[in-house]
Design a protein around this ligand. Structure first.
Ligand SMILES: O=C(O)CCC(=O)C(=O)O
Length: 292
């Protein structure tokens, strides 16, 4: 097992920060106790149990898949844990916004997968280095359970051509797959215990295979940006300031939800989703995949 990234007072060292910029990823980083990770798992599983058939305008899977922090208070709480933000600050600096918090869940013995891709392909943000993803394990992420694989230093390339597959088993919005030949030896498996996280750059090529284990593979995935990021495809975009300040003004800010799925937070969710669809679905007429 890979030894945990050393932290001093909860912060990354210069060497670890340099490793992130060299490799395009960093792991494993201890940010939550196993008990705390288990408690967050219990909360998302309670939502799955209690809100599956609840008359919301969108399927529960959509709310889990993107912007969960907008409608679920415990997800906002998770994404703003000081232990996580202290590490993110080492990559992005003092001003931090949440762009989206998402659940990537593969059930036990499921053939769901994530094709190899670069996150920034359809986000309308160009090739910014001021977005970092924190992938927080709420259950064991192992090669058996379908942990992510990263291609080292692939973030140094441009956005590469992707092909949309819209495959039902693919957890991505349009089933996009990067059109390069990624060989098994190019992949680093990102094995994480509950409460550990990995970081990856928005251009790092990554994906994951099926879950052949007996447990669900559950990750809370948070995309953090700086205020300097700009949305170049959609007409407007949204983010939450969670540390420091936004002195740039590229994003509309909104408040965390007061309770699960309040009418106000669901309305805000719909507003953000409608605005982002223009970037997320640019160049395709197929609508079925958006945040499904
Ligand atoms: O959870 C996975 O397997 C993939 C997640 C992913 O693509 C991402 O966090 O950008």
């Amino acid at each position: 097992m890979q030894t945990a990234t050393p932290l001093t007072d909860g912060r990354l060292s210069k060497a670890s920060t340099a490793q992130y910029w060299d490799d395009g990823f960093l792991f494993p980083i201890n940010v939550l106790s196993p008990d705390k990770a288990q408690a967050y798992r219990a909360q998302i599983e309670a939502v799955e149990r209690d809100w599956l058939d609840n008359g919301l305008d969108l399927p529960l899977a959509t709310f889990k898949r993107v912007n969960a922090q907008c409608v679920m208070p415990f997800v906002y709480e998770l994404a703003t844990q000081p232990a996580i933000l202290d590490v993110i600050e080492g990559i992005l600096g003092p001003d931090i916004l949440i762009y989206s918090a998402e659940f990537f869940i593969k059930n036990a013995h499921s053939d769901q997968y994530v094709s190899m891709h670069q996150d920034l392909t359809y986000w309308g943000m160009g090739t910014t280095s001021e977005m970092v993803t924190a992938w927080i394990a709420l259950s064991p992420a192992t090669q058996e359970s379908g942990c992510m694989d990263f291609v080292r230093a692939s973030h140094k390339s441009a956005i590469l051509p992707h092909k949309d597959t819209f495959n039902d088993k693919n957890l991505l919005s349009r089933g996009q797959e990067v059109q390069v030949d990624v060989k098994p030896g190019d992949k680093t498996p990102i094995v994480l215990q509950p409460g550990q996280m990995s970081l990856h750059h928005g251009l790092t090529i990554h994906g994951s295979g099926p879950n052949v284990s007996d447990d669900r593979r559950i990750a809370a995935v948070v995309r953090y940006i700086t205020p300097r990021v700009s949305q170049n495809v959609a007409d407007k975009d949204y983010a939450m300031v969670v540390r420091g300040a936004d002195r740039v003004g590229n994003f509309i800010h909104y408040a965390p939800p007061a309770a699960l799925f309040t009418p106000q937070s669901v309305a805000m969710y719909e507003e953000i989703r409608a605005a982002r669809a223009k970037a997320m679905m640019a160049g395709t007429t197929v609508r079925k995949g958006i945040y499904a």
